[in-house]
Design a protein. Structure first.
Length: 115
């Protein structure tokens, strides 16, 4: 009789800590990093819209100057979602990433313009 046959199933089983975690957990650090990096384009958009002294005293800038930085923010967050293989289906990942990027870009644009 082999020694493995004498061991209970619990001993032969792999330890729970040896299991691999799901790659979707990486979204918990990639998306916040993208949001921190996106502070630069948001500041750029705010300066383009209101200038250095703010919007209270003078005219606002051109709306077209805010669209570029808002799209950069959307691309940063969308890239953070697409690079993490949270699903094996690449088209689904790309579609969700594009949707998230567009929503974040729209929210950034509205936040800068309506603030």
């Amino acid at each position: 009789m082999s020694p493995a046959a004498d061991e209970p199933d619990a001993v032969r089983a792999e330890a729970p800590s040896a299991r691999r975690r799901h790659p979707a957990w990486d979204l918990l650090w990639t998306v916040p990093v993208a949001l921190v990096v996106s502070v630069v384009p948001v500041g750029w958009a705010s300066l383009a819209w209101c200038g250095v002294w703010g919007c209270a005293d003078g005219p606002r800038g051109d709306v077209r100057d805010v669209i570029g930085p808002a799209l950069v923010v959307g691309a940063l967050v969308g890239a953070a979602v697409v690079i993490v293989p949270w699903t094996d289906r690449r088209p689904r990942r790309a579609l969700v990433s594009a949707g998230v990027g567009l929503v974040v870009a729209a929210l950034t644009f509205l936040w800068v313009v309506l603030r």
